[in-house]
Write a protein that binds this ligand. Structure first.
Ligand SMILES: *Cc1c(COP(=O)(O)O)cnc(C)c1O
Ligand SMILES: [Zn+2]
Length: 462
């Protein structure tokens, strides 16, 4: 098949991430390099992209942002020439994902001792996690394939919860059959109900994520079902817009640090790719440092980092509250290592107690974060304490999912019933009879206990 020109003559194709020769159209069903078996990557026609000046691209993105003119209301499709130029307008499957808010976490930053702390709330999007960014691209390409006569009976993924939610929603929007493989009892109830409600064929298997992954790969190889996991580099192309959005939101200034939780390591690779694309096109003049934050119970990249990435051994990931990153054999390892080397990166880990403490502390300042974002914030605390991140630096923490997907864990925390976890900031509801005096007395007792005075002169600590 030939690599076809897309909108405005822009082109993109798959090629081997390791550098073997060969180009394949984005509509070809291929997940690995036929020569080295390694990952593929999407390469764009950079010469064509350079024919527009950085200033003109910036103006173009600004004009499109948040409009309703199809498909530019999406943070992903607003940059379609750099993401996926080959899908026709009519075949794009978008629910105006992305364009998520980046906000100054002022009170939390002050508590941690870093004034310029920002959170990029990637969970404030259609299905509640950054997975939408990649899935809109992948499902759009599948839709284009089906609309132009290629046979793709269904799309499938293995998931720790959020990938399946995104795949189910986008497939349902387009009317494409979806199959999701989940590790039984290892995803939150909110994550389980998403593909169920969207009509996906939802299979709960007695294994972990890595076990689901092994089976979905065989389904893709033997049964012709289209694979929607992040080894499919179309996902990375959509997800790379997170880095692009951050610098655009800072008016093209580049922060010193970006901290991101990592499991299968597609997202850290995507973050790096988006920023590098912008750097190479002259849209930004330097790169931030990237920190990948892992749960101590699922830390194969951290262990590899300790050997300067000389060695890597897959591990059996242990159960962690940060369930979306409970992965022992990350698919996008090679890409993540290259990203971390290029961005002078760091890998750090957080224990279960550290991640719940960081989550509860952040929630007390008005946030409502998922446990993976808790891992990232716990890692931030460690790097500040060690003086690696300086108190003057601008730091962005990528919040990967909406906290409402993880209420099970928050409820258990505030009840103080999480195994081996000390709930130092538990704030359970106080059950009272419906009597005015009892309510008044309890209310003043609580104000005195928590704030010390009733006039608000003392504010509660962390
Ligand atoms: C998928 C996911 C991650 C991990 O991203 P990877 O690309 O697998 O490293 C982190 N947090 C949440 C909430 C996720 O859904
Ligand atoms: Zn190769």
């Amino acid at each position: 098949m030939e690599v076809r020109e897309g909108v405005g003559g822009f082109r993109a194709w798959f090629e081997c991430f390791g550098g073997c020769s060969g180009r394949w159209p984005l509509t070809e069903i291929i997940y690995h390099c036929p020569q080295c078996e390694g990952l593929l990557t999407v390469q764009h026609d950079t010469e064509r992209l350079r024919r527009t000046s950085p200033a003109d691209w910036k103006k173009c993105f600004q004009k499109r942002g948040h409009t309703t003119s199809w498909p530019y209301g999406s943070g992903v499709w607003g940059r379609r020439e750099m993401v996926c130029p080959i899908v026709d307008d009519d075949n794009i499957v978008s629910m105006y994902e992305g364009n998520t808010n980046l906000f100054w976490a002022k009170r939390l930053g002050r508590q941690l001792g870093v004034e310029d702390l920002w959170l990029k709330l990637c969970g404030n999007t259609h299905t509640g996690s950054f997975k939408d960014l990649g899935m809109t691209v992948l499902v759009s390409v599948v839709n284009q394939m089906r609309q132009t006569g290629q046979t793709v009976p269904a799309v499938a993924c293995a998931s720790t919860g959020d990938t399946s939610a995104a795949l189910a929603a986008y497939a349902a929007y387009a009317g494409i059959p979806a199959i999701v493989l989940l590790p039984k009892d290892k995803v939150s109830s909110a994550q389980l109900v998403q593909p169920v409600a969207n009509g996906a064929i939802t299979l709960a298997l007695e294994t972990d994520f890595d076990g689901c992954m092994a089976i979905v790969k065989r389904i893709a190889e033997k049964d012709g079902i289209y694979l929607a996991n992040s080894m499919n580099s179309l996902r990375v192309e959509g997800q790379k817009t997170v880095g692009m959005e951050i610098v655009e939101q800072f008016d093209w200034e580049v922060p010193e640090w970006i901290i991101i939780p990592g499991g299968n390591l597609g997202n850290v690779s995507a973050l790096g790719k988006g920023l590098l694309d912008f750097y190479e096109l002259g849209m930004i003049d330097r790169l931030p440092r990237i920190v990948c934050a892992q749960a101590q119970r699922a830390n194969p990249l951290y262990l590899s980092y300790l050997t300067d990435f000389e060695k890597f051994d897959p591990i059996q990931a242990q159960p962690t509250l940060a369930s979306a990153i409970q992965i022992g054999n990350p698919v996008s390892l090679a890409k993540a290592v290259e990203t971390l080397k290029r961005f002078n990166g760091i890998v750090e880990q957080a224990s279960e107690q550290e991640l719940v403490d960081a989550t509860a502390r952040a929630d007390r300042t008005g946030l409502f974060i998922c446990p993976h974002t808790g891992v990232a914030l716990a890692v931030l605390e460690k790097l500040l304490a060690r003086g690696v991140i300086s108190r003057q630096d601008r730091v962005v923490v990528i919040s990967t999912a909406h906290g409402l997907k993880f209420t099970d864990f928050k409820i258990q925390y505030h009840k103080g019933v999480l195994d081996d976890i000390h709930s130092s900031r538990a704030n359970p509801e106080i059950v009272l009879p419906a009597r005015y005096e009892r309510v008044r007395d309890e209310m003043f007792r609580q104000i005195d206990a928590r704030f010390g005075s009733r006039n608000g002169s003392k504010t509660e600590g962390g």
